[in-house]
Design a protein around this ligand. Sequence first.
Ligand code: FAD
Ligand code: FES
Length: 370
Amino acid sequence: MNAPVASPPGQPVPTGSFRWEPEEDDVLLCRAVREETHDVKTFVFAPRNARQFAFLSGQFLTFEFEIGGETIHRCYTISSAPTRPDTVSITVKRVPGGPVSNWLHDHFRPGMMLRATVPMGDFTWSGMKAPKYLFLSGGSGVTPMMSMTRSSYDLALVADIAFVHAARTPADIVFRDELEMMGRRNRSIRPTFVVEADSPAETWTGYRGRLDEAKLSAICPDFRERVVFVCGPAPFMTAVRAMLQAAGFDMARYHQESFDFSELAASEQAEIADAQGAIDSTARVFQLDFAKSRRMVECPEGMTVLEAARRAGLRLPSSCSKGLCGTCKSKLTSGSVDMKHGGGIRQREIDAGMALLCCSRPLSDLVIER
Ligand SMILES: Cc1cc2nc3c(=O)[nH]c(=O)nc-3n(C[C@H](O)[C@H](O)[C@H](O)COP(=O)(O)OP(=O)(O)OC[C@H]3O[C@@H](n4cnc5c(N)ncnc54)[C@H](O)[C@@H]3O)c2cc1C
Ligand code: FES
């Protein structure tokens, strides 16, 4: 407790030929699978060649899966810390009926490989110099907080982290032992768990029920003075946000990450639609041929391919709508587009004729392999 307060770490060490470069080799090898709870597993990856990862705590990777003859993309936050750059871990909760999370749990084993993109995202404390933090997580939303806390622990920072995690039962608390261990050995890390109900093996004696202002004030009386990071299921985040606003928290110090891009996508789509609704009726119109779906769609100049398809009632896979996640990546068999992406596609994929439809505006008629 006597060490000076240090700001959280920025970009870590590896540079040059020692750094993992997905543009050169985007395949990651699974080294280990660890059971965290009854429905949460951690998957540890390393590059195929001896390379180290460079990322910021809180960033995510987009992975490519081949499941049932389909290519599917999903994002997973790195739960490991950049202070241990030889491997990266992701920690995945089973989502009932979800194709990827269940496939990972049931079929993915050490020795198997996945393609991944460069780490992305700006939900990070890197570079901040706040004197104290409050991490509020629910369910699998624990992963970015875990990466930040692990870095803080590894670097022996005195970052003053109030780590509050909400779970359904004691058996659902992810990383409980490790958090308690870090808290015992670095007193500036204070984990507290709030659970809704007992589990068959444990009667809970700690905070119980939903997280509300009274509980938060008891756990962390100075919460209004902290920088807050929030991640969890949509209802959890909505409730936490409303609670903090009602408690007079300064929302300029509030940061949140959603694992469900669909809400974001809906509002972004509305914005795009508004912006594109204003498209000049005399604008040029391109013909988009969706070859597999056997659909022709018209796209006015300036509109994205995804939006034109959506307006024509054609549902295409999409997630972030920002050119980040890669979900809408598709092959252009012919034609050209103006694509302004946010890192969700590699140069060599662009060279091979792939495009992200959410941020691609046609420059000619197109044939799209969808
Ligand atoms: C930036 C980002 C980071 C992410 N990091 C993680 C992570 O660290 N760990 C993790 O387990 N997941 C994470 N996810 C969610 C992950 O990408 C998948 O959506 C999730 O594993 C479910 O995939 P699926 O194919 O099984 O089901 P999907 O077809 O993707 O989802 C089925 C349904 O479940 C909902 N859903 C998706 N994820 C969750 C969830 N975690 N809890 C409750 N409902 C959900 C979806 O909105 C959808 O309605 C992250 C998502 C994003 C966008
Ligand atoms: S939907 Fe995420 S990159 Fe297009």
